[in-house]
Write a protein that binds this ligand. Structure first.
Ligand SMILES: C[S@@+](CC[C@H](N)C(=O)[O-])C[C@H]1O[C@@H](n2cnc3c(N)ncnc32)[C@H](O)[C@@H]1O
Length: 216
């Protein structure tokens, strides 16, 4: 019997394809925030609520997929030393311009090819709507990469559109099932909070704000 040659899944191509359009989207916006599909021009309210309710702010924070920089700026105002990474040069220079004068390390960096000096470095990670913007085949890699930024005992706060297992949504974005988000618990993180909210948008039926902490 003839065996069919199996072609291994090409992660490199998939990553390139999944991320290359973001920069064009920011460029086409031509500095008009309202035309960036996900940008609100203000801090993510789930992050702000978290910041308003904690008494001790850890030192080093990173925002992953930082877009136009509002979440990085909120962390800076709360007293963190902030790094903000995004794959888009356009978004990064726009964010720098918007928050000129704030001491935030806005940099162009690819989550799938992180500079070594960022690994195991941060006390707090924030990500909103970036995991869901990357295809399902990259979900585990995305979560592994985000977790690699965390020091022991660091926390990650994540906000995403979510769905029940049987629901189908045409992506991007691809809302996360609860189990997909809980992949963090397989990356040496334990779950501290998992809040589920109703969502009325066509993007998903639910939203989740979850907090995980890296083990010692
Ligand atoms: C849906 S947007 C969300 C932006 C921002 N977090 C917000 O809530 O407005 C996803 C962001 O992730 C960035 N991104 C996508 N793939 C990335 C990667 N591999 N590494 C770093 N950033 C990435 C995009 O350029 C984009 O700014």
């Amino acid at each position: 019997m003839k065996t069919q040659k199996q072609t291994p899944y090409n992660y490199e191509n998939a990553q390139k394809e999944a991320t290359s359009w973001f920069n064009d989207h920011y460029k086409e916006a031509n500095k008009d925030i309202e035309t960036v599909a996900w940008a609100k021009g203000e801090v993510n309210p789930y992050l702000q609520e978290y910041l308003d309710n904690i008494t001790q702010h850890p030192k080093k924070a990173i925002v992953v997929g930082s877009g136009l920089g509002d979440d990085a700026f909120a962390l800076y105002l709360a007293g963190y030393e902030v790094t903000a990474i995004d794959i888009s040069e356009e978004a990064t220079s726009w964010a720098k311009e918007r928050f000129e004068g704030a001491e935030i390390d806005f940099r162009v960096a690819d989550l799938f090819d992180l500079p070594s000096e960022l690994l195991n470095t941060f006390d707090f990670v924030f990500e909103a709507y970036t995991i869901q913007s990357l295809p399902l085949a990259l979900r585990d890699r995305t979560i592994t990469a985000i977790a690699s930024l965390m020091k022991p005992e660091a926390k990650i706060l994540t906000v995403c559109n979510a769905k029940l297992d049987h629901e189908r949504f045409e992506g991007p974005p691809w809302p996360l099932t609860f189990n997909e988000l809980r992949l963090f618990t397989m990356k040496s993180c334990r779950e501290l909070e998992f809040s589920i909210f109703e969502n009325t948008s066509e993007l998903s039926s639910l939203k989740v704000r979850a907090l995980f902490q890296k083990e010692h």
